[in-house]
Ligand binder design. Structure first.
Ligand SMILES: Cc1cc2nc3c(=O)[nH]c(=O)nc-3n(C[C@H](O)[C@H](O)[C@H](O)COP(=O)(O)OP(=O)(O)OC[C@H]3O[C@@H](n4cnc5c(N)ncnc54)[C@H](O)[C@@H]3O)c2cc1C
Length: 313
């Protein structure tokens, strides 16, 4: 049977995936997009998105992602509510890439990987209970809601130090909970934390619970892991800043990843080490991690894919 080789397959349905689809479809690549287990991506887990340009009154995450999907479908993107489970990438210029959705085989000249990343949490039941009610993994996204209030930041690495110093400019006081007796963050970041007067660092302290009324955070319950003494910190927001995991398990061994599992792309482009395979959004970006930057890189990936195909002829 003759193989149906698609021009462009997009893996993932967050802002980068759907933006790539809009651009690829308008370039007549007839893209087919696989949504994975979280159609719409990370933003479907949040309420207000106030920083995506074009929505003066803000919009909920799920509504915004429906809008992006509708726009992609308007130009005949085919959306499959399936997960890509395995890939076999070609290393040849002009080669055919093979993807699997379970037993289904998909063949493509170009693949845009936009599988995102997942914020790590501590695993406390209370994190789920208060998610959307004061627990967050993104200071840039949610810090604004806590202006003038007190917050906790959990973590000891560069991300935690950056989140804490960012929040310190907006909120009244930041309490940082660090499990060990020292930071893992770079010296420069540690200095920034130490030189910020409204950050208090509690070494040897861990978050063990959250208290509040109507699923809104009012107190962080913490333990000193040296003395086992428990106490509470009155706060409205708790930022978990212990890192992200890029969704790249199925690509391991197939494509170049950095030491943290993010897909490596050529500087200033979406090109990976493989011809015809491009990456966009949080799966290749551990720095900005915003919907607008993900969307921008989705546009880049579609344009890079279009150019790659044009150069084959
Ligand atoms: C609670 C929360 C609130 C946020 N608030 C804001 C905000 O206010 N403003 C802002 O700019 N940013 C916000 N962000 C960050 C923003 O959501 C991300 O930067 C953005 O969603 C990244 O987009 P992406 O396209 O890279 O991937 P994601 O949104 O992470 O989507 C990844 C997609 O890949 C799919 N996928 C994964 N594996 C597979 C597979 N094997 N096969 C097929 N599909 C797969 C998933 O199902 C999903 O659809 C928030 C994040 C969170 C978690």
């Amino acid at each position: 049977m003759e193989q149906n080789i698609l021009d462009c397959v997009i893996v993932g349905s967050g802002p980068s995936g759907f933006t790539a689809a809009i651009y690829a479809a308008r370039a007549d690549l007839k893209p087919e997009l696989y949504t994975g287990l979280e159609p719409g991506g990370q933003l479907t887990t949040t309420t207000e998105v106030d920083n995506f340009p074009g929505y003066p009154a803000g919009i909920t995450g799920p509504e915004m992602m429906m809008d992006l999907q509708k726009q992609a479908e308007r130009f005949d993107t085919k959306v499959h509510y399936e997960m890509i489970t395995k890939v076999e990438f070609s290393k040849e210029v002009g080669g055919t890439h093979k993807l699997y959705a379970g037993n289904k085989e998909i063949f493509a000249k170009t693949v845009i990987i936009s599988t995102g990343a997942t914020a790590k949490y501590l695993g406390l039941d209370d994190e789920k209970k208060y998610n959307g009610g004061g627990v967050s993994a993104c200071a840039t996204c949610d810090g604004f809601f806590y202006r003038g209030k007190d917050v906790v930041v959990v973590g000891a690495g560069d991300t935690a130090a950056e989140e804490a110093t960012y929040l310190a400019k907006l909120v009244n006081k930041v309490t940082m909970l660090v499990r060990k007796d020292e930071f893992r963050a770079s010296k420069a970041m540690v200095h920034r934390v130490q030189n910020t007067p409204n950050i208090e660092v509690k070494f040897h302290h861990e978050l063990i619970g959250i208290e509040g009324e109507n699923n809104l955070v009012e107190r962080a319950v913490v333990i000193n892991n040296q003395t086992q003494e428990k106490s509470t910190v009155d706060v409205h927001g708790i930022f978990i800043a212990i890192g992200h995991k890029p969704n790249t398990d199925i690509f391991k061994g197939q494509i170049d990843l950095d030491e943290n599992g993010y897909i490596e792309t050529e500087k200033g482009s979406s090109r990976t080490n493989l011809p015809g395979v491009f990456a966009a959004g949080d799966v290749q970006d551990h720095i900005y991690r915003q919907a607008i930057t993900a969307a921008g890189s989705g546009c880049m990936a579609a344009m890079d894919a279009e150019k790659y195909l044009a150069e084959l002829h």
